[in-house]
Ligand binder design. Structure first.
Ligand code: N01
Length: 548
């Protein structure tokens, strides 16, 4: 088992519980875990990171499906904690591919000498708070044990794969894949009849590439999704030099937008604009591409009428691209735009004009079973050589529930959250002292640019741990009253948006039996950061400190 590889800087405060093997355990070595390790190590803490994958990267380690790339501009989907790092790294395209993002994270791991404190290929199975010792007892899948004063879950929001339990999959004679756990080896669909189940972001990226390779592609769609052109392109030198020069200012501007991205949200509500102005704004955002459609009107996510204007603009675009009107109608979502994650695509709708692509509507006729030769839906058999499940994730809570997390008195997190997640600031949970979640449920996380959201959490957690250790009462726990008050605010803000209206993973609707709750914080990044900063400035208001 992992032994701590550093003993803390000379003169640094000693860890809380004398018998804890390390000061902190971090679970996960993606964007969040890597920076958390770097930050805690810089404070002189002895840290151990456990990572299920055989390498760093988290999401970007596992998602190797055809066409996988980020839909936040690469120059801002990157760390800003080190200006030297952001100046030296050169992204090649507007939207980076999965291999390029993975190379970046490998570079970060090497540059900051992070690997020596990471146990790869190791899954944390249990994390239990030991009341008597005041530390976390961690168990890994190899049966090894380690104790730690602090435990940080850097497990990601979209890392627990959701593969519905389709009957018959074990008898399928062909190959099957999930986009979120794609093999490392090259997968070829040449000459094959391929089925893709799902039409979310992952499927929308993969479908045009699979269609170009396969003999025939059948897409099984339950709900249609809105997708906007990515308009990916190489980043030229002059453009890149300008970004490098103004990186600091661009990052500052981004921190003031609700999404933490540096594209602007229109300050006008839809009704404050003329029909021509609205059309121009929609067309501009469509032409520039990317996720800026989220900011087309300031009220697009809170006002159904404003939303309908944006939704009908996109439906017109779908009809203009898809030749068969029946297929175009099927591809046109009926829900509000943005209350399910808007997708970005390259040639998605045009793919349905290809003679080798069929769209099958399974909204009324769910998949009955996987047969040895394909898939049966609506009483009809589809012959397939390979199936790609692009069925998404048990989002936000799933990654935490796949670990048996127990707080004070052995209380399981899963039972504590039986009616939906409850946290203080998406960072801490009452009854689970010294446990932190990076971009946890009820934090803005997935509604923002993830990397700045992660950096803000890491820095806040590091500050909180430094504070607790500095007081000589290193055990810090969210109070019930603070959690109640945060949850009341979270729910009130969410209730004023259109998010509850859609069957999306944001509300847990994609996983059978999951309680329906808006999980990400919908109040925007700047307000959230302001709240976190105020809590810290007020001596970590809402937390209680104790010796153990
Ligand atoms: O997953 P999804 P995803 N039978 O949940 C369908 C991020 N991301 O992996 O809509 C049949 O969006 C399901 O149908 P429905 C991004 O935040 C980012 O695509 O629930 N179908 C849906 O169509 C994104 O939102 C990037 O009715 C079933 C699909 O499977 C998030 O990850 C790239 C089914 C799942 O779509 C998740 O995206 C990729 C069933 N039983 C992902 N169960 C970029 O940065 C589910 N479906 C570009």
């Amino acid at each position: 088992m992992a032994t701590p590889s550093s003993q803390g800087a000379p003169g640094s405060p000693r860890h809380a519980a004398a018998e804890a093997d390390v000061d902190a355990v971090v679970v996960g070595a993606g964007f969040a875990g890597l920076y958390m390790l770097h930050r805690l190590r810089a404070m002189g803490l002895r840290v151990r990171v456990f990572e299920k994958g055989d390498g760093v990267g988290g999401t970007w380690y596992w998602n190797r499906y055809p066409g996988a790339r980020c839909d936040t501009d690469s120059v801002e989907y990157s760390y800003q904690f080190s200006d030297a790092l952001q100046q030296e790294w050169r992204w090649t395209e507007r939207f980076a591919t999965q291999p390029e993002i993975l190379r970046y994270l490998e570079h970060v791991a090497d540059r900051f000498d992070l690997r020596r404190d990471i146990a790869f290929g190791t899954t944390v199975t249990e994390a239990a708070f030991d009341d008597a010792a005041g530390c976390w007892r961690i168990v890994t899948d190899d049966g090894a044990r380690l104790s730690a004063t602090y435990c940080v879950m850097a497990t990601g929001c979209l890392s627990a794969v959701n593969r519905p339990a389709f009957d018959g999959l074990d008898r399928f004679a062909g190959a099957w894949y999930h986009t979120g756990a794609w093999p490392h080896e090259e997968v070829s669909f040449a000459g094959q009849h391929v089925g893709v189940v799902g039409t979310g972001s992952s499927a929308i990226q993969a479908i045009p590439l699979i269609a170009a390779e396969a003999r025939h592609l059948t897409v099984f769609q339950r709900q249609a999704n809105y997708t906007v052109p990515a308009r990916n392109a190489p980043l030229d030198e002059a453009e890149y030099a300008a970004i490098r020069e103004s990186y600091g200012e661009l990052r500052r501007q981004a921190s003031e937008t609700p999404t933490g991205c540096w594209w602007a949200v229109n300050p006008a509500a839809a009704e404050e604009m003329s029909a021509e102005e609205r059309e121009r704004e929609l067309e501009d955002r469509w032409q520039v591409g990317g996720l800026r459609m989220y900011g087309v009107f300031k009220d697009v996510l809170v006002n159904g009428e404003a939303n309908d204007i944006a939704a009908s603009f996109i439906r017109d675009k779908i009809r203009a691209q898809v030749r068969d009107p029946e297929v175009a109608a099927l591809l046109s979502p009926r829900s509000y735009v943005g209350c399910k994650r808007i997708c970005l695509d390259t040639d998605y709708y045009a793919t349905f004009n290809r003679p080798n692509v069929t769209l099958v509507d399974i909204s009324e006729a769910p998949i009955e079973e996987i047969t040895p030769t394909g898939l049966r839906s609506g009483g009809r058999d589809y012959a397939l050589d390979a199936i790609v499940f692009a069925t998404g994730y048990d989002a936000m809570t799933g990654p935490l529930f796949r670990i048996d997390i127990r707080g004070r008195g052995g209380r399981p997190l899963q039972a504590t959250w039986a009616d939906g997640p409850r946290t203080y600031l998406g960072l801490a949970v009452e009854g689970f002292p010294n446990l932190f979640t990076i971009t946890g449920p009820t934090s803005p996380s997935v509604l923002t640019n993830m990397v700045p959201a992660i950096e803000q959490h890491v820095e806040w957690i590091a500050g909180c741990i430094a504070h607790a250790r500095g007081t000589g009462r290193p055990c810090i726990e969210a109070s019930r009253a603070a959690e109640d008050s945060w949850m009341a605010h979270h729910e009130e803000v969410a209730g004023g948006t259109l998010f509850p209206s859609c069957n999306s993973w944001y509300v847990g609707a994609n996983v059978d039996g999951k309680p329906r709750r808006v999980m990400p914080y919908t109040g925007g990044f700047p307000d959230y950061v302001e709240t976190c900063d105020a809590v810290a400035a007020n001596g970590y208001e809402g937390f209680t400190l104790s010796a153990a």
